[in-house]
Design a protein around this ligand. Structure first.
Ligand SMILES: [Ca+2]
Ligand SMILES: [Ca+2]
Length: 163
């Protein structure tokens, strides 16, 4: 039988090349996996932050239009410490941010802010009065690959004075 001279198995270069390609593949898979895990984690933190925002919004909705929590406050943010009962449970990701994790800003009353808020051409007319724009922000901190990143969710709504 004729023996083929070229059948001495793999050369070292071929073996190293195969290992290298396999390595690159494994690293790519690992990176993909980590990206997926991080994405899941981020979604989870975000959901928790939105739940907190919903709780705060509910409490704000129960306050009168004239309550201090809706003061214009020179545009400065209100803090969650202004809220009374019931206490809002903060998930660790929100609590880690600190005292300003939950805050909201209040616009001037649309009836006296010198702007045409509803875009009808008239400024500060009767149907703009008794409305304020509330912008609620919940910050949360997520840790991924040992790096802490702060993110936030923002909800906007109109507080309307009942006549
Ligand atoms: Ca107007
Ligand atoms: Ca206005």
């Amino acid at each position: 039988m004729k023996k083929l001279s070229n059948q001495g198995g793999f050369t070292l270069i071929e073996a190293l090349t195969a290992v290298f390609i396999l390595g690159v593949g494994i690293i790519a898979l690992y990176t993909l996996q980590m990206t997926g895990v991080r994405g899941n984690f981020d979604a989870q933190m975000r959901t928790q932050a939105i739940a907190v925002a919903g709780d705060v919004l509910e409490q704000l909705a129960q306050q009168e239009f004239t309550d201090g929590v809706f003061d214009y406050n020179s545009g400065k943010a209100h803090k969650s410490s202004e809220l009374t009962a019931p206490a809002i449970t903060l998930p660790p990701a929100v609590e880690n941010v600190g005292a300003d994790a939950v805050s909201w800003t209040v616009s001037k009353d649309w009836g006296s802010d010198g702007e045409d808020n509803d875009g009808d051409g008239a400024t500060d007319e009767a149907d703009e009065a008794g409305m304020k724009k509330i912008e609620l922000t919940v910050k949360y901190k997520m840790v991924a690959n040992m790096i802490a990143r702060q993110k936030k969710v923002t909800l906007k709504y109109l507080k309307v004075k009942f006549m």
